[in-house]
Design a protein. Structure first.
Lengths: 356, 352
């Protein structure tokens, strides 16, 4: 109990040491994730496989049936289900990571093993994802960031001035943003701003290279509408969450304590209330991040953005099972990973949470 | 401490303080009434004195405490603390005045920010209101932790890592940080175990002796108030019904409500406990949104007469140093007293 064993801290601002159990918790959760993900991959595989449709449905009718069978055999589409499943597992978990490492470090781990090939384009699925990911990240990522930047201050101020005209307008806009689907708002802004006002292009040009100010400006102009539509939708949700969380904390006793201490309103609201209110908000934001990678399927289709979301729709239309299986499984992995990240963030932000 | 009362200027002067909370109802949330939580309260507290404030749940005790420090904006009335009228200060002037008046809150768990360490909780007002460097402030934090009996090794812990009694010590250390003159203790022991209650009350008394503090001690624990207070104010439905020196009040309460309230206190002496007669009040407390027209206690008073139902009694000096708001003491020809009290013999070991 002596003070010598544990000298008192020298500074007021030192935080409590990070909980040592955190690492154990993360490792345990990752181990638990393995059977979960294996089960998910099997379920996805079975569902995708059971879905009606043939990869040959888009091949011209003039191709004779025996040629079609040969084509299916060449793709491996006629192999038994479990042969294809285990081959896909091996390709996804061993061969594709090997190719990835090869391309980063110039090694030769894969040794030319067959990759996961799209039935439609015959090119590796991961290459297509690599080509399309930047489009999705740029548009959807920007929309998500914008949504957070807009929504959090709106939520904070709405809660601080509950039932004021600002709050009422915010509530109304959030309700509209959340309840009107993006395919409707998307088409609405296209009609208004592309067709009637002709301010922005209605089709997103994926091939545009940003090299100078002129092309940068062009890129900004074509991003405005999809970003705005998605940001409205996401901001509606996040601002509601922020507001609810702020309201809950504003009524807490410790806020009265902070006022009694003689802290300024700014410190009371931004330091005491906001820091506590952000705990659930950060979780919601973290859980929403997989949707960035997943791409907003509908929004990408409405604005003709060749991102991941459009790829998903494409693969469904052409019964491109390997591509669909791989994409869906990647989303599943991301959701599991970001759930874990949200849990860890919760523990970092809230000292009361313990990982036992 | 009785000598201190000879000092002419009170530290805290409350005059006709009212705190009404508006009720909004209907589709358009129109203002349809007020909860009159505090409805015209006046009292003084001398420097170094402890004024106890007692009453049943919902009578407005805590609201008085919070309004006194303007944690609520009062509806009417004035609160003069150390020469400044708190009720009319601008927000910034009020903030700068906060160091002289502090509060110890009822719920030590909820009143501490869960994301701040003990050192941050106690040190925050120092950073805001003092000019010393970080080392001086830290030294002051340790000094305060010593004063309330907390080991300085705890400085980096969070509130949830402490027991209830320790948390209340943190709350007290926080309140003391800026050398206040006046502290409102809002049921500081209500959330604590009995064994811890005594520790915290003794700590408050020691701090008062060492630092010359003035307390408003709000509690529903009548025996604890008897232990700590110099004078006691009894509240009922937003009003003070009796304000007397402690010993006089406990020996001979004047107001019928004070009599009923004090009759509920068990006696430690079995001989006296056996003869204790409880006065059982009938009915419920009226709604503070719609209090009775005359005396607020007229619906339950065992000694009620006609005048009580029409005219509200003022708080007047009935005996030297004792104030009471009751018509029994305003007119010399009051009705007979004590004849219709409903009493119940208290039997040892029989719980009601």
């Amino acid at each position: 109990m002596g003070n010598t064993a544990h000298p008192p801290p020298k500074s007021l601002t030192i935080r409590a040491e990070a909980p040592p159990r955190m690492l154990t918790f993360v490792i345990r959760r990752l181990l638990f994730a393995i059977p979960t993900l294996l089960l998910i991959s099997l379920v996805i595989f079975l569902i995708v496989d059971l879905a009606p449709g043939s990869p040959m449905s888009q091949i011209p009718l003039t191709i004779p049936p025996d040629v079609r069978v040969k084509m299916l055999d060449a793709m491996g589409a006629n192999d038994p289900l479990f042969v294809r499943y285990f081959l896909w597992l091996k390709q996804f978990f061993i061969i594709e990571p090997a190719y990835m490492i090869d391309s980063w470090f110039g090694t030769d781990l894969a040794q030319g093993a067959p990759r996961i090939l799209s039935w439609k384009s015959r090119s590796p699925v991961f290459d297509v994802i690599g080509q399309r990911l930047p489009q999705t990240m740029t548009v959807i990522g920007t929309a998500y960031l914008l949504a957070i930047v807009i929504a959090v201050p709106i939520g904070v101020y709405s809660a601080y001035r509950q039932y004021s005209w600002f709050d009422q307008v915010g509530t109304f806009v959030a309700l509209v943003g959340y309840s009107v689907p993006t395919f409707f708002t998307g088409l609405l802004v296209i009609v208004i701003f592309s067709i009637n006002l002709q301010w922005f292009p209605s089709v997103y040009d994926t091939t545009l290279d940003v090299t100078d100010w002129a092309s940068f400006w062009k890129q900004v102009r074509q991003m405005v509408m999809p970003v705005a539509v998605l940001a409205l939708f996401n901001a509606a949700e996040i601002s509601r969450f922020t507001r609810a969380s702020m309201l809950e904390n504003l009524g807490q006793d410790y806020v009265r304590t902070a006022r009694a201490k003689g802290m300024s309103e700014r410190v009371v609201v931004l330091k005491h209330v906001l820091r506590n209110s952000l705990i659930p908000v950060v979780t919601v934001i973290a859980l929403g991040i997989p949707t960035i990678f997943g791409g907003a399927i509908i929004t990408e289709t409405v604005f003709s953005i060749n991102g991941i979301g459009a790829y998903v729709i494409d693969s469904i239309k052409s019964s491109d099972l390997p591509a669909l299986q791989t994409l869906t499984f990647i989303f599943a992995v991301l959701i599991v990973v970001f759930n874990l990240i949200a849990d860890v963030l919760y523990g970092i932000l809230d000292p009361r949470i313990r990982y036992d | 401490m009785l000598d201190a009362r000879a000092t002419p200027t009170p530290l805290v002067q409350v005059r006709d303080l009212k705190m009404h909370f508006p009720i909004y109802s209907g589709i358009f949330r129109r203002h349809t009434g007020d909860v009159k939580a505090v409805d015209g309260v006046s009292f003084d507290i001398m420097p170094g004195e402890t004024l106890g404030l007692v009453g049943e749940s919902g009578c407005g005790k805590s609201t008085v405490g919070r309004t006194l420090l303007r944690l609520y904006d009062p509806t009417a009335g004035s609160v003069t603390i150390d020469g400044t009228d708190i009720a009319t200060l601008s927000p910034e002037a009020l903030r700068l005045k906060r160091p002289t008046m502090q509060m110890v809150f009822q719920d030590p768990q909820a009143s501490l920010n869960p994301r701040m360490t003990l050192a941050e909780i106690i040190g925050e007002p120092l950073r805001e209101h003092t000019t010393g460097d970080a080392a001086t402030q830290l030294e002051r934090v340790y000094e305060l932790m010593n004063a309330v009996g907390l080991n300085r090794r705890f400085a980096r812990r969070f509130p949830h890592e402490f027991s209830g009694g320790q948390r209340q010590r943190i709350g007290i250390a926080r309140a003391l940080a800026l050398n206040p003159k006046f502290i409102v203790c809002d049921e500081p022991i209500a959330a604590l175990d009995v064994s811890i209650q005594a520790q915290v009350v003794n700590l408050l008394e020691d701090l008062q002796d060492n630092l010359g503090l003035t307390y408003l001690f709000i509690s529903h624990d009548l025996s604890m108030v008897r232990h700590i207070a110099d004078r006691v104010a009894v509240m009922y439905l937003g009003l003070i019904v009796e304000l007397s020196p402690r010993d006089a009040l406990y020996a001979n309460p004047l107001h019928p409500y004070a009599k009923a309230l004090l009759s509920a206190v068990p006696e430690a002496d079995p001989a006296r406990e056996a003869t204790r007669r409880r006065i059982i009040l009938k009915g419920d407390v009226p709604s503070p949104a719609n209090p009775p027209k005359g005396c607020t206690f007229c619906t339950r008073c065992p000694q009620v007469f006609d005048r009580c139902r029409t005219e509200r009694p003022a708080l007047i000096e009935a005996e030297p140093g004792r104030k009471v708001a009751c018509h029994l003491f305003t007119t010399p020809t009051a009705g007979s007293t004590g004849s219709v009290e409903v009493t119940e013999p208290n039997q040892q070991g029989v719980s009601k």
